[in-house]
Design a protein around this ligand. Structure first.
Ligand code: LUZ
Ligand code: MOS
Length: 734
């Protein structure tokens, strides 16, 4: 059976040979235009006038479009509050104001410089608290809670409180936002987009151009990375290409330049959170009050769902008897912040891990023991603050095994001794956990369809709503289908995602791509298998298929799946928000150079529960990649802006993502055996986002290291850049 085997990624060969096609690799068709836009020169204020006369007079410039050229200008995944093109109020600097179509990229570049944009400049707001004070709120959650946190805090023998800052993060996908729109007959459009959400691209383009949904098809072959950055934010760029294609009846291509992409699209939400924890002498949390505040940027985008997921994950892996969590997204003059691997979950998780580290430091206890004491366990300590029971709880087993295999106890002693010797190199170690809820928190999104067509030679083409972004969803679905028909995976091909084969699809997001679309494919296979039941049972697969065809039996099926049992209830704010939890634990050890503040990740041990993995090789890649991506966010990835709000860190030279030297020399990744996840496809668990949460161990290890010098709780923010660390060190080292 193919499921469970470490099959190679179905594009592995194509990626290394260069045969794999991304949007800008598509050959140009006759008459194809290059599309770009000109952005606002200021962060706030009003648009006065767009003068495109000089641009239009240049050779090779086909057209300039403004908001007036659209049937409708506002779009948004949750609230339609974002203009495709600024018409009046400016939300952020570089926000698109007009779209240009030109015969070549050179002509496009010249035209962009020739457009004159007049504005009256306003006063921007960039600070989360300032925005909150001004009542600039995009979304305020009804919050989550259990018991009476305020009263329990007042009774607690120990209390600590603080403000914790978490920075944003740039997605840094290799393929920028890109789309090509082809005009077809009768006003129809075929749009090829680098998007996680082809259905939203279809719907946004139709709506803004005054077309019906059946006039627009969106096709996605693959993305060169996405990480959440193409969940909602691919649509506006596809719409710009679609605008040109539909108005000029010529193919239109838009491909953002890297720096432009980094400036114009949103990032992971920065958070500023206030916390107050009450605990006993051992470090057991008795009560917790959390006020989560995020910078949502200028428009709503996915902020409501992201703040909800942050609130759902602010218990981390720990049972907190009395708790109150509030969550607010503030409106600032930044690009609208958006989905990013983990979707608020990593921020929620980091906040509680930070509280636990601070409790351990303040009580002078081993932070691992404090965490183990607070871990979700057996009744009654196994219910979350939203009333969902933590079933199939692998956390105690993960803790026991990783504590052992990582040699945590001995290394902690060694680190304390080493730090006491004052070598100029400060070391720290931290053990953190993750418990990531699998399901879209918007219940309606937990559905998928899959089209399975068996051909007469026994080969199979499968089309689902899932989009391939490198994560291997196509490979996993191939394995699911091959196993269902008991054939070799080579007989199965995953076809490009298209809204004409699978419609009303959900974004490939929330780590759920394989869960939902794989289950839909399995349903389609089951239907075909049922039809085949009476046909040539003992024949080899290919002959059986041919016999079925001659007997006029349908060899194609559209499978459908929806996750059952999700009953989180809006008024009581309790219930089953998630199908199950993917869990894991991590031990990170860091070393800080006390003279430079430079931080090195010396060793990492990860242990995850992925149920029975569909493909352990691909899952290992997801775990390694997710963790390292998170480690970058924890340490070196820093978004810097100038006084005008312009992003300064808009290239790989100024925005530092991890490279191969940042990967720890000792990096052990392992999975725990777990046959008990009946809640998902083949007993597997989703893997895309959960490992990113484990990177909290890196920041907490840095905090642990600094606590040796500071002699109390280091006020370490995230990211712990060298500058940040150096500022916290009381004097230059030894
Ligand atoms: N997208 C979304 C997501 O719309 N809802 C979610 O709950 C979610 N979770 C993770 C990533 N994307
Ligand atoms: Mo995502 S953050 O699952 O697009």
């Amino acid at each position: 059976m193919s499921v469970g085997r470490g099959e190679a990624h179905d594009s592995a060969l194509g990626h290394v040979t260069g045969e794999s096609v991304f949007i800008d690799d598509r050959p140009r068709v006759a008459g194809e235009l290059e599309v770009g836009f000109v952005g606002s020169p200021v962060s706030a204020g009003r648009l006065k006038r767009v003068d495109a006369a000089a641009a239009l007079a240049l050779p090779g410039v086909a057209a300039v479009f403004t908001a007036q050229d659209l049937s409708r200008n506002r779009w948004g995944s949750i609230v339609r509050d974002q203009p495709l093109l600024v018409e009046d109020e400016i939300g952020y600097i570089d926000e698109p104001v007009c779209v240009i179509a030109a015969e070549s990229r050179e002509a496009l570049a010249r035209a962009r410089k020739a457009v004159v944009i007049e504005v009256s400049e306003g006063t921007p707001v960039y600070d989360i608290d300032e925005a909150a004070q001004l009542g600039r709120v995009l979304y305020r959650s009804k919050g989550l809670g259990r018991g009476d946190a305020a009263a329990a805090l007042a009774r607690a023998p120990h209390r600590l409180s603080g403000v914790f800052d978490i920075g944003g993060q740039e997605h840094f996908y290799l393929e920028s936002q890109a789309a090509i729109a082809y005009p077809l007959e009768n006003g129809q459009l075929e749009i090829h987009s680098s998007t996680q959400h082809p259905t939203e691209v279809q719907h946004v383009c139709a709506e803004l151009l005054g077309l019906k949904q059946h006039q627009v098809v969106c096709v996605v072959k693959r993305m060169g990375g996405a990480f959440g950055g193409k969940e909602s934010q691919a649509a506006p760029f596809a719409a710009m290409a679609a605008l040109v294609a539909s108005r000029l009846k010529r193919a239109a291509r838009i491909v953002l330049e890297k720096g432009e992409d980094m400036r114009v699209t949103g990032h992971r939400h920065p958070f500023r959170s206030r916390y107050e924890a009450g605990f006993d002498d051992e470090g057991r949390i008795l009560a917790l009050s959390l006020d989560l505040r995020a910078d949502g940027g200028a428009y709503t985008d996915l902020s409501p769902s992201i703040l909800e997921r942050a609130a759902f994950h602010s218990d981390g892996a720990y049972f907190i008897p009395e708790i109150r969590v509030s969550a607010t997204a503030c409106r600032t003059n930044r690009a609208p912040n958006t989905a990013f691997r983990g979707f608020g979950g990593p921020q929620g998780n980091l906040i509680i891990e930070n509280v636990l580290s601070e409790i351990a430091i303040s009580l002078k206890k081993d932070a691992f023991e404090v965490r183990r004491l607070n871990l979700y366990g057996i009744e009654p300590r196994n219910t979350t603050h939203y009333g969902q029971r933590v079933d199939n709880n692998m956390l105690p087993a993960l803790f026991a095994r990783l504590h052992e295999t990582s040699g945590y106890a001995a290394r902690l002693r060694e680190i304390s001794d080493s730090n006491a010797r004052r070598t100029g190199r400060l070391r720290g170690i931290a053990f953190t956990a993750a418990k990531f809820g699998i399901a879209f928190t918007s219940r309606f999104l937990n559905q998928a369809s899959a089209l399975v067509n068996v051909h007469r030679d026994g080969t199979v083409q499968v089309s689902t709503g899932a989009t391939e972004m490198g994560q291997g969803v196509n490979t996993k679905i191939r394995q699911v289908v091959a196993s269902a028909f008991a054939v070799e995976p080579e007989l199965v091909r995953l076809m490009p995602t298209s809204t004409e084969k699978n419609h009303n699809t959900s974004p490939t997001a929330a780590s759920s791509g394989s869960d939902l679309n794989g289950a839909a494919a399995l349903a389609a296979c089951a239907e075909i298998n049922a039809r085949l039941a009476g046909v040539g049972r003992d024949l080899p697969w290919r002959e059986r298929v041919e016999k079925a065809y001659l007997e006029r039996i349908s060899l194609g099926a559209l499978g459908f799946f929806r996750t059952e049992g999700l009953d989180f209830e809006e008024t009581s704010r309790t219930g089953r928000a998630f199908g199950y939890f993917t869990q894991g634990a991590a031990v990170s050890e860091v070393e800080i150079d006390e003279y430079t503040g430079d931080l090195k990740l010396r060793r990492v041990d990860l242990l995850m529960d992925l149920g029975r993995p569909l493909n352990p090789a691909i899952d290992r890649g997801q775990v390694v990649g997710g963790f390292i991506q998170g480690a970058g966010w924890m340490t070196t990835e820093c978004l810097a802006y100038d006084a005008k709000g312009r992003l300064l860190s808009h290239s790989p030279t100024t925005y530092k993502i991890p490279n191969i030297q940042d990967v720890p020399r000792i990096f052990n990744v392992d999975f725990i055996e777990n046959d008990g996840n009946a809640a998902n496809l083949h007993g597997s668990k989703a893997v895309g986002e959960p490992p990113l949460l484990l990177s909290a161990s890196v920041l907490m290890a840095a905090k642990h290291a600094l606590s040796f010098r500071i002699g109390g709780i280091p006020a370490l923010r995230c990211p712990a850049t060298s500058e940040e660390i150096l500022m916290l060190l009381p004097d230059a080292g030894v």
